[in-house]
Write a protein that binds this ligand. Structure first.
Ligand code: SF4
Length: 303
């Protein structure tokens, strides 16, 4: 649990974090060790996560202090999540040393996860990723956001569909669980269906083990938030977001991928396994588009 100042609370004791911590929903019960502050890219127009943070790698002393806290207060937690934005950007030497430290000092930990962008994945050889896997790296969360190059350029993701596919394939080859996030609405009204179809195609080539579809909620103060305000970016309405969702699912051709569109930002919470549940998911979306299933009211949506 985090308090408003970004400290982890365990009774009266606190884990010292630099700013607020962001983690995937499935890491709610993990020990969060903050090894970097912010995101080394930090240019995506829609992202406000680390806007106020200057990227830096925390010192060995700061990290050791957090681990030492965890050895005292997190003895029953079996998972570690390495925050912030892209902990995988650490050098191989620092990562292996950190993983050894976690294994020694937190022997109950069975799984280590982190956010890794395509640049960070590229910076590691296959052998290095396999070495991390052997030391406990179980899961990488990666943001694709869109499979469409035009959208990726507009939102300044700094990657292309091809670079993301190649990064994802390397992670899969290393035997590491890959979870990929896409953002409905990111193409605006203009590129809506192009964004959905290309994202479906690219996800099929990335073949992750898990896909999480979130729905864009423009944030004030971000570049995209300003574009919405001045009318240069037109946000698709709820029905168009559902059309995108349907089109994307239609274009995903993967076996045994867990598909989750049940984030609080979504208008229609759905989850299932593709391809097994694909028809059922498409039917549910059709029913929602036809008004037979109520959508999440605007005021309940959240990031
Ligand atoms: S979306 Fe990811 S890569 Fe882009 S600025 Fe935010 S944290 Fe960094």
């Amino acid at each position: 649990m985090l308090d408003k100042d970004g400290f982890g609370l365990f009774g009266d004791a606190i884990m010292n974090y630099d700013g607020n911590i962001i983690r995937p929903p499935s890491e709610a019960d993990s020990i969060i060790l903050q090894v970097t502050v912010g995101c080394s890219h930090n240019h995506c127009t829609f992202c406000g996560a680390y806007k106020d943070k200057q990227f830096r790698i925390r010192s060995d002393e700061e990290i050791a202090e957090n681990i030492s806290f965890a050895t005292r207060y997190c003895t029953r937690q079996r998972k570690v999540f390495l925050a912030d934005g892209d902990a995988l950007i650490l050098s191989q030497k620092r990562l292996t040393s950190l993983f050894h430290q976690i294994r020694t000092e937190l022997p109950q930990v069975r799984r280590i996860s982190l956010y890794g962008n395509a640049k960070a994945i590229r910076s590691k050889s296959l052998e290095q990723l396999q070495e991390l896997k052997d030391l406990g790296l179980d899961r990488i969360y990666m943001g694709l956001e869109s499979g469409d190059d035009e959208v990726l350029t507009r939102v300044r993701k700094g990657e292309t569909a091809a670079s993301m596919i190649s990064a994802a394939q390397k992670v899969a080859q290393a035997g590491i669980f890959l979870s990929v996030t896409v953002l409905l609405g990111l193409g605006g009204r203009e590129l809506s269906l192009q964004h959905a179809r290309q994202s479906g195609r690219v996800l099929s080539k990335m073949a992750p083990r898990q896909i999480a579809a979130l729905t864009l909620m423009p944030l004030a103060g971000t570049r995209l938030g300003n574009q919405v305000e001045n009318g240069t970016f037109l946000l698709p309405d709820a029905l168009s977001m559902l059309k995108e969702l349907k089109e994307m699912v239609n274009f995903i051709n993967c076996d045994k991928v867990q598909f989750m569109a049940n984030h609080a930002s979504n208008y229609l919470p759905i989850s299932g396994r593709l391809g097994r549940d694909k028809d059922a998911i498409l039917t549910t979306i059709d029913q929602a588009m036809g008004g037979k299933i109520a959508l999440t009211p605007e005021f309940y949506r959240a990031l």
